[in-house]
Write a protein that binds this ligand. Sequence first.
Ligand code: SF4
Length: 307
Amino acid sequence: MADMDQNKLIEKIARLKQERRAVILAHNYELAEVQDIADFTGDSLELSIRAAETEAGVIVFCGVTFMAETAKILSPSKTVLLPVLAAGCPMADMANAAELRDLKARHPGAEVVTYVNSTAEVKAESDICVTSANAEKIVSRIPVGKEILFVPDRNLGQNIINRTGRRMILWPGFCPTHRRIENAELERRKREFPNAVVLAHPECNPEIAPLVDEFLSTGGICAYARKSLAKEFIIVTEIGILHRLQKENPGKVFIPASVQAVCPFMKLIRLEDVLRSLENMEYKVELPRELMDRARIPIRRMLEMSK
Ligand code: SF4
């Protein structure tokens, strides 16, 4: 019965999506059933590129607020819908424009490098955005000797410092979900699965580095798992990604480093919400034009430098 209800929901979503000329984008951490009905599933960078390129007039963004805002900033003439308003990101909310302006005033001439997991007003104060997929490459290209302020994720920032040797001033933000993954738990998993390749997201605590084989974005983890000849992988990030990994690689085994690594905000959007969003055309992402114009500059610079 539950399956029948779900099938009806999926049919209704598909019909309405066509009528509205909509595209559904979902982050790799979303609920499995939402990932399954999406036209495209990916990480923040992949979703930004899709949002910028799509011909559809309506984007239903199954992710969190900053992602839907980024889609709107890149496609201001399109209607961008976030199905659940409460789907925010605590890390993004750890930085605000006024405090960033204060920090900039204390470091005149510094390059402000901002993780896309940030509010539109913080992006508008930034020189360039990065995602976990391109942060290392972009930071490496900033001229040596230029001071860098990295906002808002201190863990991603420290992981980049460790890999590039570049000095950066780190904003003290962090992801509460990735913080739940502890070394002791990962060590236990590695003892249980000694042949497994360990793939971690760079939002994790940098102290985990000696236990990790590769730090990758969620899109990077999916690509690595597809190409690798290994059969077992310990996945050190939010566990929503396991659905896609298992679906794309049925012959391989994916073990979560921690079953505690669940982002409650990424689990708020259900199929019912996607349907309601399309029916009522809610909730529309609206941002002041002047703010979008300023926030678009660092995002566009990032997309240019990621090519
Ligand atoms: S996983 Fe962390 S960074 Fe991503 S939306 Fe959740 S709280 Fe924010």
